[in-house]
Design a protein around this ligand. Sequence first.
Ligand SMILES: Cc1ncc(C[n+]2csc(CCOP(=O)(O)OP(=O)(O)O)c2C)c(N)n1
Ligand SMILES: [Mg+2]
Length: 742
Amino acid sequence: MAVNRAAIVDANFSEAVSELHAGPRRTDLDAPVRENSALSARLALEIFESQLTSRHLDLVSRELKVQNQSFYTIGSAGHESNAAVAAALQPTDMAFLHYRSGPFFVQRARQVPNQTPILDVLLGMVAAADEPIAGGRHKVIGSKDLCIPPQTSTIASQLPKAVGTALSLDRTQRIGSASNSPEDAIVVCSFGDASANHSTATGAINTACWTAHQRLPVPLLFVCEDNGIGISVSTPGEWIESAYSHRPELQYIQADGLDMAAAYDAAVDAIDHVRETRQPAFLHLKLVRLLGHAGSDVEQLYHSTEQIEAAEARDPLLQSARMLIEEGWMSPEEVIHLYEEIRERCRSLGQEATRRPKLTTAEEVVAVQAPITADAIQEECARSVSPQDRESFWEGRLPESDRPRHLAMQLNRALGDLLVKYPQSIIFGEDVGKKGGVYHVTADLTRRSGLGRVFNTLLDEQSILGMAIGAGHAGLLPIPEIQYLAYLHNAEDQLRGEAASLQFFSKGQYQNPMVVRIASYAYQKGFGGHFHNDNSVAVLRDIPGLVIASPSRGDDAVASLRTCMAAAAVDGAVCAFLEPIALYMTKDLYEPGDGLWSTAYETESEHVAIGSARTWGEGEDLTIVSWANGLWMSLRVAKRLEDTHGIRCRVVDLRWLNPLPAEDVLREAQATGKVLLVDETRKTGGVSEGLYALLVDAGFDGEMARVAAHDSFIPLGDAANLMLVQEPDIEAAALKICGKGS
Ligand SMILES: Cc1ncc(C[n+]2csc(CCOP(=O)(O)OP(=O)(O)O)c2C)c(N)n1
Ligand SMILES: [Mg+2]
C-alpha cells in the first residue's frame, strides 16, 4: 500500500513550525514584510492565509475522496505562491489559469466583495449542482465575479485565447467599441513547465511575440509554474529559462516560487512591465510539486523516497511561515492555530458541500449548453441598419442595386453589411486583408472598414481560433476565417474543447460568440488534391452545440450568415459557416449562361431559422435531400429525371448541418415515401449517416437510399472524381429507387 504523503506533508508542517523561533514582534502591518521587498506585512499575511486555505482544500479533497464524495484530487500543493501573483494583479485582469491555481483563486476572492471561495471550490470537487461556475459539470477553476473563465483539462489550451483576449483589449478601444474591462487592464495566463512544450503553448507565445514585434499591444503576462515535472516526466534542468529567457519582445523574469515575497516582487515587476508597455512578459516561478500529480498518482513508482522527501522539505508553506515568524509578524503558535482553524473551516464546509444537490437529469446537464432563442435571433436579424452608414460604407454603390451575382460576391457584401450592423465585429484570418482571401470573399473590406477591423493574422489556425475566443471574451463579435476545411484540423480543439464548451462549463455566464467561416469541400476543377478538397465534416458535427451552416446559393448564404451573426450576438453562439469553394464563382445551373445560380442581393433577406431547410420543387415521386455542391448537382439531375424519365422530384437543401432540419426532412420524405440522400461527405462519418438515423428514429417507413463519397482522401486531378459523388451516380440511384434503374 502506498504511503500517504498528504498526511506526512500535513504533519511535517506543524512539526517544523513548532520548532521555529519568532523574531522580535512587529505590528506595523504597512511595513515591508522583510527588507528589500515591496510586499507589505498586511498583504503577506493575507497571502499566507490564502496559501493555507488552498493547502487544506487539497487535503480535504483527499479526505472526501476516501469517503467517495470528491471526484477531483489534483491539487495546488507546492504552487502556493501563485496567490502572490493574484495579489499583485487587479481582480479585473482576466485570468486563464493552470489547474493548480487554488491559491490564486482564494487570494483573488479577497479582492472582490461577497465571495465564498472555500465553499465554491469544495462544491466543484463534489460536483454539486449549485457550484457557482460549472454547476457540477466539471471541477474547474473559474468565476464570473473574479474574471476567471473556467478552464478545461486540456493543458495549454487556454493560452491561445489568453493571447486573443490580450490582443482584443486594446483593439476594442481602437475600434471604438464598448469595452468590458478597465483601460489599463491586462490578461494573465498560467501553465506548467511540461505544458510549456505543447505546440499550443509555443504557438500562442510565438503569436504574442510576433504581434509585439510589430509594436502592437499585447498586454499579457505568461506565468510558467515550473515544478520540474509533468506527471512523471522530468523537465530537463534549466530548460524553461533556455527556451524562454531570450525570446524577442518577451520580457523574462524569474523568481524563487517557494518564497512568497520573491514571487510577489517578481510578479509586480512583470505586471508593471505589461501594464505600462502593453507588451508581454514571461514570469518563471520555480517551485515544487507536493502530493504527487493527483490523488491517484503513486509517485513512489517513479521517484525515490529521498527525492520525495527532498521536495517535501522545500514546502513553500513552511517557507512562508518561517519568514512571517522570523520577521516577527506571527508566532509559531499563531501559525499553527490559524492552520488548524482553516482546516476545520474547510472540513466543515466540505461536509456542507456533500449535502448539496447533484445534477440529476439529462435535461439539467444540457440546459446551459448552447441555447438557441429562435425568436430573439429572428428579431435581431430584422433589426435594420442606418441607411446613411450603409451609403457611406458602400460609397454610394449599394449592393442591392447591382445585378444578380455569384456566391463569393454576395458573401463579400453580406460581410460588409455585417461590419456596418455590428460595430464590434472583426474579420481576420490568413490573407483576408489586402488580398481579400484566397477566393476574394473579403476583398476590399479592409479598405472600407479599416485595418483595426479586417486584418491578416499570422499563419497559425490555433491562434486564429484562440483570437476569436479571446475577442469574444473582450466583447467583440469575431468572424475568423479558416483558409481550407483541411486546416481546421490543426486547430479543432480550440473549437471543440474550448469555444464550444465554454457555456457548458460556465452555465452560460461566459460566452465566446463567433462565426467561423471555412472555405470547404471538394469539386474544385483542376486544383487541389486532398487538402484543398477536404470533404469531411464529421469532426464538426459531433461537437455539442456547435451551429453549422452550409449554404449552397448566394441568397441563402447571405441570409444564413446574418442568422449566424444574430445568434452569436444574442445567444453567444459558436457557429461554423461552411462555404462550398467550388460554387463560389458558379453563375449557372442547368446550362452555361442561364444565370440561375446567381442571386440578387436582398437587404432584408428572409430570415433563415437555424435548422430550417428549403425545398425546391413539389414533385411527388422522389425526395432528394442534399446541400452545398450536392444541392447544385441534385437540382440538375432532378431536371433530367423529369425531362427524360418523367420522374418528378422535390429537392431539399438542408442549409444547416447542425442542428439538422429534422422536421423538414421528415415532412418532405413522407410527402413522396422515397428518399435519396446525396451526401458529398464520406460514407463513413458523413452527414447521410445522421440523416438515415434521423429518419429511422422518426419511424419513416418509406424507401431510402444514398450516394456518398468514398472513404478516401481526395487524389489530384481527374482522379478526384472517382472518389466524389457525381451526377450520374445520383441519377442512377434515383432511377433505381424509383424502380426504373438496374
Ligand atoms: C493536451 C493534453 N495532453 C495530455 C494531458 C494529460 N496531462 C495532464 S497534466 C499533464 C502534465 C502537465 O505537467 P505540467 O505542465 O508541468 O504541470 P504540473 O502538473 O506539473 O503542474 C499531462 C500530461 C492533458 N491534460 N492535456
Ligand atoms: Mg510541472
